[in-house]
Design a protein around this ligand. Structure first.
Ligand code: FAD
Length: 317
């Protein structure tokens, strides 16, 4: 079922989770171990992130280094199929521009359609760690809106071969990313919102936000979107803080602020267990207020912390 259909039929705030594929070489059991404690909350859908390959330098037998491409977390499409089969729940694969040609994207979309996947979250992806700016693949997409265009085309039966007529019309519901604290490359919030609006005008059915720790930032973002005529559902992305290290890692990696009151509480903690308790309570409060605000879905980035997410979601029922 489409994410938008779940939202339209819901009588209460929905819950959804986001997971990462395991590192290459691990079994699907690691995904089930992660999700099993969360399934009693009946998530409407589960997102599975996509990871591009990284360029690395590997030492050869003669001592020289060669540049290789290594994908550390492959398997998004297979994990989606496994989750749908194992739990009978909708899976939402992320699709990224970075590292993919249009042909590879088309093949992935054909696989997803055959597997019965009804949703995709389309994203640009970031530059590889050792590169300073995002560059598309030869014959790949530069922006999420271009990838969105390819999915919309397939929803209309249009494929890359121009002479392919009467192609199957896929029925993907398309999600896109939004940034309550602005995307880090955008010159200003207004410019970023205009690009977001453009994605919606070109077929995005809903928005999932980057994580944030101050709900006011989300409320302001929703208000600005609505003022600009963006009417699709906006789903908040939520993540727990469970270690002091994240006080610097999260702002650096995701370009988000941690409110002073929250960071002060974390800094007072003596152990990571105490940090986890403070982070859990903060996320419970955020979730309760967002539910009260009327968000359609609370979307949790579970990333290795299913127990924390369990405590948070339990507190909402
Ligand atoms: P875009 O919408 O393409 O925007 C990128 C930048 O370009 C923005 O600054 C925007 O304002 C600007 N822009 C957009 N369109 C245009 C245009 N036409 N002309 C000029 N400028 C433009 N990354 C992964 O690799 N894998 C994942 O699974 C993944 N999941 C994510 C899930 C969520 C909910 C979020 C919020 C992010 C996720 N990311 C993931 C990270 C994401 O790929 C990065 O944040 C990336 O830098 C931007 O992606 P985007 O889709 O927002 O890009």
């Amino acid at each position: 079922m489409k994410v938008t259909e779940h939202i339209a039929q819901a009588k209460d705030t929905l819950i959804s989770f986001e997971i990462l594929p395991p590192l290459k070489g691990k079994s699907i059991e690691s995904i089930y171990d992660h999700l099993d404690p969360l399934m009693e909350f009946k998530p409407a859908f589960i997102n599975v992130t996509y990871h591009r390959s990284e360029h690395m330098f590997k030492k050869k037998a003669d001592g020289a280094f060669e540049k290789v491409e290594i994908r550390k977390r492959p398997g998004t499409v297979g994990i989606c199929a496994a989750i749908m089969n194992h739990y009978n729940v909708d899976a939402v694969p992320h699709l990224i521009c970075g590292g993919f040609s249009r042909e590879e994207t088309e093949n992935a979309l054909i696989d997803l359609n055959f597997l019965g996947v009804d949703n995709v979250l389309v994203l640009r992806g970031d530059a590889p760690k050792n590169e300073s700016s995002f560059e598309p693949e030869p014959n790949g997409h530069r922006y999420a809106i271009d990838l969105l265009g390819q999915v919309s085309h397939m929803n209309n039966g249009i494929y890359l071969e121009e002479d392919l007529v009467g192609g199957l019309k896929t029925r993907f519901c398309i999600g896109v990313a939004g940034y309550p604290e602005k995307h880090f490359e955008a010159p200003n919030m207004q410019n970023d919102l205009e690009h977001l609006k453009h994605k919606v005008e070109n077929g995005a059915d809903y928005i999932v936000t980057q994580m944030f720790f101050d709900n006011q930032k989300f409320y302001d973002f929703v208000a600005k979107c609505r003022e600009m005529g963006i009417t699709v559902p906006i789903i908040p992305g939520l993540k727990p803080i469970t270690s002091k290290k994240q006080l610097s890692v999260l702002p650096r990696t995701f370009h988000v602020d941690i409110p002073t009151e929250f960071s002060n509480e974390i800094l007072k903690c003596k152990t990571d267990k105490e940090v986890e308790e403070v982070g859990t309570q903060w996320l419970i409060q955020q979730s309760k207020e967002l539910k009260q605000f009327g968000v359609p879905v609370l979307h949790y980035y579970t990333l290795g912390k299913p127990k924390v997410i369990r405590t948070v979601v339990e507190s909402l029922v």
